[in-house]
Each structure stands twice: as C-alpha cells, then as structure tokens.
Write a new protein. Sequence first.
Length: 404
Amino acid sequence: MQTGLIIAALRKHRLATLLIAMEIALACAVLCNAIFMLTQKGRALNLDSGIAESSLGIVQLSGFDAAQAADLNARVTGALHAIPGVTSVGIISAVPFGEPGVRAGVHTDESGKVFGGVLDFYLGDAAAIQALDLKLLAGRLPDAAEYAPIGQYVPANAPILVTRQLAERYWPGEPAVGHSLWSMDSRFTVIGVVEHLAVSQPGGGEALGNDWSVLMPAKPGPQLAGRYLVRAAPGALPRVMADAQRAVAAVAPDVVFDQAASRTVAELRAGYFHGGRLMMALLAGVIVALLGATALGIVGLVSYWVEQRRRQIGIRRALGATRRDILRYFQLENFLVVSLGVVAGALLAYAFNLGLMRFYELPRLPLAYLPVSALALWLLGQVAVLAPALRASSIMPVQAIRST
C-alpha cells in the first residue's frame, strides 16, 4: 500500500527523481570500477616476488670493457665479500623491480607451432641462485656442471627453473620437471619448479602474469658482469650497501657506480610501485568524493521534498500517522530511488569496464563488485535520508497547517 503511494508521489516529481537516480547510477558505475581498480593495484603492490627481498641488494656498474669482465668480476666480488656482514655475493642479469634483463618468446613444442608467450629470462651464477632463496616445489637446483657461458643472449640448451604459474599454464595436471621450452634456437629443459619468481617489471611488458619468468644457470663473463647480488642480514643491509660504493671505488676506480640502480631490493620495490601508491590514493579520494557528493545530493533532494510536502505530512499526522510511519515512508522512498539508480548503474559499470579493458588492458569486472557497490549506496542513502526524514517526522499537524 505504502509502496504504491510512494511510486505515485515520485511520478509527480519525475525530473527530481530522474536526476537523483542518474546521480546514483553514475556513482554506482564509477564506484564499482574504482573499487575494482583499487583492489587490482593493492594486489600488485603486495605481490610475492619469491626472493628474499629484505636481505638482498644490487650493486650495478657500467663503463667497463667487456674484455675485462672476468677481472672486474673477480675484483668486485672480492671487495664486496670483504664488507662486514656480507654473507654472499653473486652475479646476476636482473632482479624483480629492477632494470629488465633478457625477454624472449617461447614455444612449448619443438616445431614452434604452440606459442607460450613472452618470458623474463633470469641468468645467474651459483652464488646468485642460492642467494635468491627461492622456494623449490619440485625438482632440483642446477649442478655445478650445468653453469655454461652465455652465447648471444643465454647459454645454449641450458636447464631452467620455472615458476609454478608457468608449470600450471603449460603442463596442467602433469609434473613440469622433464618438459622443455624452445626459444632463441635452443631447447631448455625444466629441472625444477619454484613457487614464485616475479618478472622484472610486474604489470608491464608482454608478460601475461607476474610470475612469467624462468631462471637459468650461467657462467660469469662478458655478458654476465657488472650487476652483483649482495646478501646480508636485514639489519646490516643498509650499512653494507653504503659501504659497497667505497669498496668498489677502491678496487675498480675506473668504472661507473650506478647509484640509481644500486639499491636494496626493498628500495627497488618501493620505487617501482611509487606511482601505484599515488594511483591508489587518487582512487580512494575519488571514492570518498563521489560518496560525499551522492550523500549531499540525497540530503538536498529529500530536504526539498520535505518542504514541499509539509502540508501532506501534517495531514497524515492528523489522520493518525506516527513519527515512525513518516520516517519509514521517506526511508522506503529513498530505497526505491537508490534501487532504480543501482540497476541503471550496473549496466553503466560494465560499459565503463569495457572501455577500461580496451584502452588500459584491465581485466573484466567481476560480478561480485556490483552487490558490494549497491550495498554501499543503499547504506549511504539510508544515512543521508535520516536527518531530513527525522525533521519530517517531527512536523506537527498544527505547524503544517499554519505554514500553508
């Protein structure tokens, strides 16, 4: 009965009802996608790189002759080992959140008909692979005899460690150890599976996942020099990294110490995701501003309706309507208007998401975000309508008649 009266009243205020419903629809669409993007950014910031970040730092050098790589590696690793607190020093091609290393497309069949995507290839000596402290799920780490010199880009026909994500993608339901990948005119045989090893630039490049990477053993040489992985106790690492520049300058004064790239892995992560944190703050601000504007719109509209209906409210009170009846009336009216906006907003949310998928490669909006946004708007609507509805319920019949 009351619902019918409310619908009849809303028909008399079609323009105002349409405006607030449109505002709620827009709020619902933006809210769904903003929360989704915020969640995606949060997951990216908290991704597991798979390595012992708190204990690792990178020392990067440039400006040296490749022919002197072996001598440089020996001098620098010796100097870094001598720093108090250093537990190991290895030579590596790249690390997560740092400068990219080797990237190449792979095939899962020898004929090259089944393309497996573009992977990050990490190359490291035995000390570097041990220092990463990867969690081995199956298989084994490389043997000493499997460390080979790098050819054009990588060691030819080298054994590799793959991530669990790749193993499940390429060989679902099968043990990955023993399978092979083909790339760069070589066959790479899987000898182990690690839980995680993030690509050097998560969320960027052509990788289809954060763990689309492989690790292979390599001997230091002209193509594996100048980037050193230093491991120390987490508490000692900042001091070790500060001492590293002086230690390198003492044994290799002719090389360039890259201060921007020579950081702890934790610092590399923080720098890499700095823009992501700013984006999260911006999205959070958009959500707060949007909800605030929607609440103000509801308060303004309901306050206007209360003033327009003072006489009708007074008559209803005179006919026996209680304050609770008046309060429920406006709450139900608000619920119906918000529901109308939410239905339209759900369609608009997916229209926005299609645009984001096309231009920003965002995943499809999961259905679960719609009820979350709808619930938030329903609650917001009930809170926003409360103050003007309470004022309406306090109108006495005599006051309403005198004001007309």
